[in-house]
Ligand binder design. Structure first.
Ligand code: GAR
Length: 187
């Protein structure tokens, strides 16, 4: 199997990035992490790129030309697939057009519920019964593309935002690799 050159976009901790790097070391996993892009110079996730010797680039989104810089980096590393893992910036239509149906995102809620930020506090306020995560294709609408898979759990009475985040992330570490395998299962 030919692994797809993949770029992971991050903004912070990078625990999903680390998880993907570890999965991608398996010969049967369909992607190779060939590039990490961060919009935050101080993102902890960059340390994983360094540790596992993966090229990385910092993109300053205040620079009006930053979209082109992203695209140049993607072309340079022959990127065929993009995974947003905690990237807290909206992807422009320009990038989406260049990578139609080739960008996925992981979101910490059961979409279409709780798009956007502060998902856990809104879930608790709303007295939701279930929480979870969704892996979906990225389109021009915020957290709006078609769902690849969801994983859920029941919220306990004593679950606060911190516990919900922990439980959700534990599911994310399964959901993202599973979604990637699902996408490339017939290739
Ligand atoms: C993840 O929980 C992901 O679902 C969330 O950011 C976290 C990043 O964690 N993404 C969003 O909220 C996107 N709207 P990580 O940096 O440890 O992978």
């Amino acid at each position: 199997m030919v692994k797809k050159n993949t770029c992971v976009f991050i903004s912070g901790k990078g625990s999903n990035l680390k998880n993907l790097i570890l999965h991608s070391r398996d010969n049967n996993f369909p992607i190779r992490i060939s590039l990490v892009i961060s919009n935050n110079k101080k993102a902890n996730g960059i340390s994983y790129a360094k540790k596992y010797r993966i090229p990385y680039a910092f993109i300053n989104t205040k620079n009006p030309n930053y979209e082109n810089k992203i695209l140049l980096n993607l072309k340079k590393h022959k990127i065929k697939f993009i995974c947003l893992a905690g990237y807290m910036k909206i992807i422009s239509n320009y990038l989406i057009k260049n990578y139609q149906n080739k960008i996925i995102n992981i979101h910490p809620s059961l979409l279409p519920k709780f798009k956007g930020l502060n998902t856990f506090s809104r879930m608790l306020k709303n007295k939701e019964i279930k929480a979870g995560c969704t892996v979906h294709f990225v389109n021009e609408k915020l957290d709006g593309g078609s769902t690849i898979l969801r994983k859920s759990f029941f919220i306990n009475n004593n679950d606060d935002e911190i516990i919900l985040k922990k439980k959700t992330q534990k599911l994310e570490y399964k959901a993202l690799p599973e979604a990637i395998i699902k996408i490339f299962r017939y290739t």
